[in-house]
Design a protein around this ligand. Structure first.
Ligand code: GDP
Length: 301
C-alpha cells in the first residue's frame, strides 16, 4: 500500500510506456521486443540488464513459437523478480544477533545518506534497540551538523569530533562508546568523495581496520546509499564503491519523486548486492524494508 504511494510516478510511467509498446499488437514480435527494450532502458533498468531480460523473452518466444502480448506483463514480472536479489529477512527492520551490530554507511553527498541513517536509527529505536551514531564524515561541517540534527530528532547519542579530524578516530570512538553503553546498533556515517578513488579506498580501509581494534568482526554491514532518481549516476557510484570496499547491502532513496525505480532492478542484477531499504520521502517514517514482490507489483500497476 505505502509502497504504491511511494512509487506512484515510477509505476504510472513504466506501465504507461509498456502499454504503448504493445498497443495494437496481439503477438510479441521483433517490433514489440524493440519497443520493450526502449521502455526498459528509458526506465533506467540499465543496458546490460535490459539485454538480459530481452534475451530471455526472445528465448521464450522461440521455444513457444507464439507469445501473446497479453502474457508479456506476467512474464516480465517473473523475469524482473528473478533478477532482484534480497536479504533473507525482509519483513521488518530486524537485526542479526550481534552486539553491537555495526553498520558502516557509504555513498556520495546528496544521495540521502544522513537522512537514511536518521530513519534507520528511528526504526531500530522504535523496536527498543539502543543506537549510537558516529559522524565519521569529517570532511564537511554540514555533514556533522546534519547528523547531529537527526540524532536530536531521534533522541540517540552521537559521537563526533571537529571538522577535519581523522574519520577513523571518530569511528573508533563511536564503537568504543557503543561497547561501553552496551548499545545494540552502531551506525557510522562516512564521507563519499569519489573524485579521488585511491583516497576513498584508503579512508574506508583505514576506518574498517581501526574499528576492528574495538569490535574484531566490524563492520557487520556496509550499506551503500544510492539516489534512485539519478539513473546512470547511481550505476556509476555502485561501480566505484564496490571497487573501493566490500558493499553488503543497498539503500535506494528518493523512489517517491521519480520515474526511475528501474535503477533498483539493474543495480540489484548487475552488482548482486541485495537492496535492503528504499527511501520513499523526506520524513522520518519514509524508509521501507525492500520486498521484491511488492516492488514488482508497484512497478507494474
Ligand atoms: P547526504 O548528503 O547524502 O547525507 O544527503 P541528505 O540525507 O542530506 O539528503 C539530501 C536531500 O535528499 C535532503 O533534502 C533529504 O530530505 C532528501 N531525501 C533523502 N532521502 C529522500 C527520499 O527517500 N525521498 C525524498 N523525496 N527525498 C529524500
Amino acid at each position: 500500500e505505502t509502497l504504491d504511494k511511494g512509487l506512484e510516478k515510477s509505476k504510472s510511467s513504466f506501465f504507461g510506456k509498456l502499454s504503448k509498446a504493445v498497443a495494437g499488437k496481439s503477438k510479441v514480435d521483433d517490433e514489440v521486443l524493440d519497443n520493450l527494450e526502449e521502455v526498459l532502458v528509458s526506465s533506467d533498468v540499465g543496458v546490460k540488464t535490459t539485454i538480459r531480460i530481452i534475451d530471455r523473452i526472445e528465448a521464450r518466444v522461440a521455444k513457444d513459437k507464439y507469445l501473446g502480448t497479453d502474457e508479456l506483463d506476467q512474464i516480465l514480472r517473473e523475469e524482473i523478480a528473478g533478477l532482484l536479489s534480497e536479504t533473507e529477512d525482509q519483513t521488518n527492520f530486524n537485526l542479526p544477533d550481534k552486539k553491537p551490530y555495526v553498520i558502516m554507511v557509504v555513498g556520495v553527498n546528496g544521495v540521502g545518506k544522513t537522512t537514511t541513517i536518521g530513519k534507520l536509527a528511528h526504526q531500530f529505536k522504535s523496536q527498543g534497540k539502543s543506537v549510537v551514531l558516529g559522524a565519521a564524515d569529517t570532511f564537511r561541517a554540514a555533514a556533522i551538523d546534519q547528523l547531529q540534527i537527526w540524532a536530536d530528532r531521534v533522541e540517540v547519542p552521537i559521537v563526533k569530533q571537529k571538522m577535519g579530524s581523522d574519520p577513523a578516530s571518530v569511528a573508533f570512538d563511536t564503537l568504543q562508546s557503543g561497547v561501553n553503553k552496551g548499545a545494540d546498533v552502531v551506525i557510522i556515517d562516512t564521507a563519499g568523495r569519489l573524485h579521488n578513488k585511491i583516497n576513498l579506498m584508503n579512508e574506508l580501509t583505514k576506518i574498517k581496520r581501526v574499528m576492528q581494534k574495538v569490535v574484531p568482526d566490524a563492520p557487520h554491514e556496509v550499506l551503500l546509499v544510492l539516489d534512485g532518481s539519478t539513473g546512470q549516476n547511481a550505476f556509476e557510484q555502485a561501480k566505484q564503491f564496490t571497487a573501493a570496499t566490500e558493499v553488503s547491502s543497498l539503500a535506494v532513496t528518493k523512489l517517491d519523486g521519480t520515474a526511475k525505480g528501474g535503477v533498483v532492478i539493474g543495480i540489484s542484477d548487475q552488482f548482486k548486492i541485495p537492496v535492503k531499504y528504499i527511501g520513499v520521502g523526506e520524513g522520518i517514517d519514509d524508509l521501507q524494508v525492500f520486498n521484491k514482490f511488492e516492488f514488482v507489483d508497484s512497478f507494474f500497476k
